[in-house]
Write a protein that binds this ligand. Structure first.
Ligand code: AP5
Ligand code: ZN
Length: 216
């Protein structure tokens, strides 16, 4: 099963991906995570990506498409994958179509998590992430049992450098200008499914699971 999660920054793509990849045993491919890892390791890719990510801007299509193309060719994607944060431009979506043809497969589901812009700022500025296992929390909406400590692995929690108010504004503008037009691209193809991402985390997860199982 090949799935794409779409939605604005803070819609809950990463949070929902944690549950879905466990349930369906498919790899979680997050371009944002790939860029953050490369930035941490200070690779050539990381240094280039940092120029954009730190400003809340999208990394170039050429670089981003190259990473995803390479990743999708790995054997663990043969039985399906979950793309989180890709594609984000029409060019990326067209490139993905070509990659799918070359691999002899196709996208089964595009899930769009809808959350009103007014909620996104609070979600992003309150987000905390585990340094060790990557689990996502929110200081108010999904707090860990012990402040600043991951429930799953006792790792330390940190705040992403692009989760400041100013950068969130730029990221939301990038979404509106470059990514939102993709919704009609997938709507026209007939595989876009809308989910209300403003509901409780578990409710959203249950709805996505039903959609992917073809039961909704
Ligand atoms: P990326 O890492 O993809 O960030 P994003 O799209 O901005 O998405 P986020 O990770 O911020 O949000 P999310 O939807 O995963 O929300 P989450 O589940 O964490 O990209 C980062 C950067 O990398 C980009 O700005 C760009 O520079 C670059 N990049 C990445 N992909 C690219 C591409 N394809 N092309 C070019 N550049 C690219 O939830 C947010 C918070 O809300 C959490 O605290 C969570 O606990 C809480 N929450 C979640 N769900 C709920 C709920 N239902 N109720 C209450 N709280 C909730
Ligand atoms: Zn952890």
């Amino acid at each position: 099963m090949n799935v794409i999660f779409m939605g604005p920054p803070g819609a809950g793509k990463g949070t929902q991906a944690e549950a879905i990849v466990n349930e369906f045993q498919i790899p979680h491919i997050s371009t944002g995570d790939a860029f953050r890892l490369a930035m941490k390791q200070e690779t050539v890719l990381g240094l280039e990506a940092k120029k954009y990510v730190d400003q809340g801007l999208l990394v170039s299509d050429e670089i981003t498409i190259g990473i995803v193309k390479e990743r999708l060719q790995l054997p663990d994607c043969k039985n399906g994958f979950l793309l989180d944060g890709f594609p984000r431009t029409i060019s990326q979506a067209e490139a993905l179509d070509e990659i799918m043809v070359s691999l002899g497969t196709s996208i089964d589901h595009v899930i769009n998590l809808h959350v009103d812009r007014s909620l996104l700022l609070a979600r992003l500025t309150g987000r905390r992430i585990c340094k060790s296992c990557g689990a996502t929390y929110h200081i108010l909406f999904n707090p860990p049992q012990t402040e600043q400590v991951c429930d799953k692995c006792s790792g330390e929690l940190y705040q992403r450098s692009d989760d400041t108010e100013e950068k969130v504004g730029t990221r939301l503008d990038e979404y509106l200008n470059k990514t939102a037009p993709l919704l009609s691209y997938y709507r026209n193809k007939g595989n876009l499914r809308e989910v209300n991402g403003e509901q409780e985390i578990n409710t959203v997860a249950a709805q996505i699971s039903l959609l992917l199982r073809g039961q909704a």
